[in-house]
Design a protein around this ligand. Structure first.
Ligand SMILES: [Zn+2]
Length: 62
């Protein structure tokens, strides 16, 4: 079970996590890839991030 580091809310289901799609304007991710952050639905703290839209490279991105 994952807990939010900010508010300690238990993130048990997908509904507890808000996925936000970011524009790749920062320059380090381009082309067809999409950058996502996963945020706590309760307080909005960023819990994790990842790239979608391209084949994951082992899913080990932190
Ligand atoms: Zn939270």
């Amino acid at each position: 079970m994952v807990h939010c580091p900010e508010c300690q809310t238990s993130l048990e289901t997908i509904d507890d996590i808000e996925f936000v799609e970011m524009d790749a304007r920062t320059g380090f991710i381009r082309a067809s890839k999409r950058f996502y952050t996963s945020n706590c639905a309760a307080c909005g703290a960023t819990i994790g991030s990842g790239v979608a839209g391209a084949k994951a490279n082992g899913g080990g991105a932190v």
